[in-house]
Structures are given as C-alpha cells and as structure tokens.
Design a protein around this ligand. Structure first.
Ligand code: ATP
Ligand code: MG
Length: 353
C-alpha cells in the first residue's frame, strides 16, 4: 500500500472581514510535492486563502496543518511556508545575492553556509551568473526568478505563489511558466499557486482548486475540470471560448431546445441544462440550422457565434485545415450526444451520465 503523506491540511477554514465572509468553511488536503493551483475570478478569496495559510492574515475559524503540525497560531516565519508575490518587491540597492540571502542573514545563518545556499538557489532558477547584479539590471522575468530564489533559499516545506506571472508580458509569461513547471519537477516542493488565468491553472496544476465566492466549487486534476465539470459554474469558467449551456428539456427519448428542435437522443425526462464545448460541435448537412452572427478566423481555427431558430445562442469552433468551414450566413450543426454534459436546471449540479 502506498501512503501519500499530506503536506497541508485545511480544516474548516473561514475568514471574515467585518461582516463579509470571504472564505467559507473550506476544507482540503494537499499531498506532499503536489502543485495546486487556486483559480477563480477577481475577489473570490484566492489571495485571502494564501494569506491565511502564510500567516499574513488571521483565520476567523478552522485549522491549518503543515506536515501534521497545527500552524494557525504560529508566526509566519515559523510555519514552513515561503511566499512569492506578484510585485516581486526586491530591495533595489542590494545585489541579487543579497536579495536572495536576506532572510538567511536576518536568521543569523553564518556567512559560508549562507553563500552556499544563495549560490545553490540562484543556480536552481538559472541566475548563477547574475549574483552581483542589481535588480534594475535585470529583466522582469529575471527579477521574478530572484523572488523565487529568495523563497526557495529558505528550504520551505511549502511554496506559496500569488499571481507571480501577472506582471510579465505574454512571451515572458509563457517562458517563466515553463521554467516554473521544470523547477517544480526538480525541487518538488509542495506548492500552492494562485491565479485567475485558466491557462496557467491547466498547464501547471496537478490539481486545480476552483473557488466560487470563498467556497471550493471543484478540486480536481485539470482534465477532470475540463471533461467532467461538476456544475454549470465550472463548465462556464474553464475553456475558451466557454462551454455552451442551453436550457432544454427531455421527454425520455429526445432532448429538445426551447422551440422543440431536437438536439440529441437521450433518456432524460424534464428540464435540464445541456452543455457542449464549442470544439465538439460538428458542421453537418443533417444538423440543426443556425444563423451565423459573427465569424472570427484565428489562423489555426475559426470561431462562429450562431443563433439557433429557437433564438438560443451558441459558439462553434473548428480547426482550419482539411475540414475548413467557409464563412456563411447559415450553418447546420450537430451536437454529438457523447459530448453532451447534463446539469440540473435548478441547482446547476452535474447529472452523472
Ligand atoms: N483587508 C481586507 N479588509 C476587508 N476586505 C477585504 C480585505 N482583503 C480582502 N478583502 C475582500 O475580500 C474579498 C476577497 O479578496 P481577495 O484579495 O482574496 O480576492 P482575490 O480572489 O485574490 O482577487 P484578485 O484576483 O482580484 O486578486 C474581496 O471582496 C475583498 O474586497
Ligand atoms: Mg488576489
């Protein structure tokens, strides 16, 4: 039997600011070496969750265990967590080496050991040749790597990242994201990474914790969020363009749109929300008629915004190449039943199917 050790246990966390509940009874276990991405829209409580774990904010209730030890009453420096922020906040007058080693100096680590650990941390983030530079002599990506080195030099049990890539331009974001993934494979520190960028979440995470107003909506590997969203909230959040969601009803044999148009054979009875990803819809001469409202050619693929005759809107995307769909005023579209997701029209929860 393999026993996976939990590096972090969040047990019934709550955080209130005045009368506002920001984190609501949040529980989760995170395994050693796991890379967790906390994803959610602005204001849903991502930074607050990270801050209570780091000890920068006090909890209103609940327990936090790091390596089996309750830490919620400990000082930030005694929790075994190191944090990397969006604005890397380096000391401008200090060299890269001094920035990386500052916490060790404060902790009274002797110079020779400090030197060794600084050099090792700098090498880990590929900054071994930059130790004598000032932050102003570095690119944004290099500065963020100094901030990461400053966190790992303390050999924390847990690395916490709050949107560390959001100040970087698109190209550098991509490069730094790749470096972060490689870094995690090398050092394997348990990591919690906050972002509102679903691409970062999908590419970096072992598991994604999707927050909705301070609660966990779904906590699962990226492919599961994508392929088996547990609610219409997740379905609409993950994927770009987002999953189509249609109000529909079933008579036990057929699912139909609001105007009665048959969309797929299915045994469901009653009202239902039907979801399908834009890329799973197929152009087919025997399909449902749809009027094209807008068409975007993105080179590798095209995205069509359409209206069905019921007035219900849909987005359809198709890769360009062999099966090019020409821009047209009308399309016929098929919604293959194996790619449909069914959700409860009252609660938005997924029906197991
Ligand atoms: N110190 C504070 N006092 C009062 N309210 C706060 C405080 N800090 C955060 N909040 C509120 O808590 C909620 C969650 O904030 P938080 O910073 O955790 O969001 P977030 O998910 O990190 O958002 P973003 O993506 O914009 O960074 C927000 O409504 C915010 O206004
Ligand atoms: Mg935030």
């Amino acid at each position: 039997m393999t026993v996976t050790k939990n590096a972090i246990v969040l047990d019934g966390l709550s955080k209130r600011f005045g009368s506002t509940d920001v984190i609501r009874n949040l529980s989760a276990s995170i395994a050693e070496r796991e890379f967790i991405v906390v994803l959610g829209s602005s204001g849903c409580g991502k930074s607050t969750l990270l801050n209570v774990i780091a000890g920068l904010e006090r909890l209103s209730g609940g327990r936090i265990l790091v390596d089996g030890q309750e830490v919620q009453d400990r000082e930030p420096k005694d929790r075994g967590c190191a944090m990397v922020f969006q604005n890397y906040a380096l000391y401008p007058h200090m060299s890269v080496a001094d920035n990386i080693g500052y916490a060790l100096k404060v902790a009274g680590v002797p110079v020779p050991e400090r030197r060794k650990r600084i050099e090792a941390a700098a090498r880990t983030v590929n900054l071994g040749d930059f130790l004598e530079r000032r932050p102003s002599e570095l690119s944004g990506g290099q500065r963020q790597r100094v901030a990461i080195a400053r966190a790992i030099v303390r050999e924390p049990k847990v690395l916490l990242f709050d949107e560390p890539l959001s100040n970087l331009d698109a190209k550098l974001r991509y490069d730094t994201r790749m470096e972060l993934a490689q870094l995690h494979r090398r050092i394997g520190a348990t990591s919690i990474f906050v972002t509102h960028d679903q691409v970062e979440a999908m590419t970096l995470a072992d598991r994604v914790m999707l927050l909705n107003a301070g609660r966990i909506e779904q906590f699962a590997p990226p492919h599961e969020l994508y392929n088996r969203p547990c609610s219409t909230f997740v379905a609409g959040f993950i994927g770009s363009p987002a999953m189509n969601l249609f109000a529909a009803s079933g008579d036990g044999q057929m699912l139909r749109l609001l105007d009665g148009t048959a969309i797929a054979r299915h045994g469901h009875k009653g009202e239902v929300v039907v979801g399908i990803r834009p890329e799973k819809i197929i152009a087919d001469d025997d399909g449902i008629p749809a009027v094209v409202r807008h068409h975007e050619d993105l080179g590798s693929h095209a995205v069509f915004s359409v209206n069905f005759l019921s007035g219900q809107k849909a987005v359809f995307s198709t890769s360009l190449g062999a099966n090019t769909v020409a821009p047209a005023a009308e399309l016929r579209l098929r919604l293959p039943s194996q790619h449909l997701h069914l959700f409860d029209s009252q609660t938005g929860r997924r029906f197991e199917n």
